[in-house]
Design a protein around this ligand. Structure first.
Ligand SMILES: *Cc1c(COP(=O)(O)O)cnc(C)c1O
Length: 225
């Protein structure tokens, strides 16, 4: 079986290749290794070859895995990429360095309170429901401008915008749309982040301006496999 470390080289080479046409620097794209469902033994090889940015989608699972890994690799950066319940805001703020799923007023309030209490500001991406899907998390597109005002007023560091395009369709138009929303809403600029792209479409996402790609399967293999 191919090792996670060699897959890491491959994914990083792909990112670099996709940066070339638009003259972006590969180091401006952060590869988040999505380690959800994978045990510590699968994660350690990536840490050993120097990778430091990881993503998890559940607070409880991350609490079980990351404290011990972080003792050994203190410069690890941990991203929360999954939906967050407001009652877990304190735990999320304590554990994660970046949150990708800020999408509603109730969570905004809970996170602002948790950050005040912990005296720790955790940068947050605002997740946008880019395909206007009923079941999906994410701020409705029509409500995005007003929501971004609230985020700024709450003194939560805005990391950028995040999306998860509808499954089973071409992702590129949705990535392009997220980039446009960032520009239209003044999220653009030096600190503009675009968290978009997963194993199946991270190359496309990089071409369309992703600053953060969230890649699990292409690094660790299938989940539950
Ligand atoms: C699981 C997950 C990913 C990674 O998906 P892969 O297809 O395994 O790369 C990315 N983003 C989010 C929000 C996820 O939940």
């Amino acid at each position: 079986m191919e090792s996670a470390a060699s897959r890491l080289d491959q994914v990083q080479a792909n990112i670099a290749r996709m940066c070339k046409p638009s003259r972006r620097k590969p180091e401006d794209v952060t590869l988040i290794a999505v380690s959800k469902t994978h045990p510590v033994e699968r994660i350690t090889p990536l840490l050993e070859v120097g990778h430091r940015v990881f993503g998890e989608n559940r607070v409880h699972e991350a609490q079980g895995k990351w404290p011990e890994l972080r003792d050994e690799y203190p410069d690890t950066e941990l991203h929360l990429i999954g939906q967050l319940q407001s009652n877990k805001a304190d735990e999320a703020v304590a554990l994660f360095d970046v949150i990708h799923s800020l999408d509603r007023g109730s969570l905004l309030k809970a996170l602002a309170k948790a950050m005040d209490k912990a005296d720790r500001r955790v940068p947050c991406f605002v997740q946008v429901n880019i395909g206007d899907e009923e079941q999906k998390g994410g701020c409705p597109i029509a409500e995005l401008p007003a929501f971004l005002v609230k985020v700024r007023d709450a003194d939560i560091p805005l990391a950028g915008l995040m999306c998860l395009p509808p499954a089973g369709t071409e992702a590129a138009p949705f990535f392009a749309f997220l980039a446009k929303l960032a520009v239209d809403n003044g999220v653009a600029g030096e600190s503009m982040g675009l968290s978009m792209g997963m194993s199946s479409d991270y190359e496309t996402a990089v071409q369309l301006g992703a600053t953060h790609v969230r890649v699990g399967t292409a690094l660790f293999g299938a989940r539950g496999g």
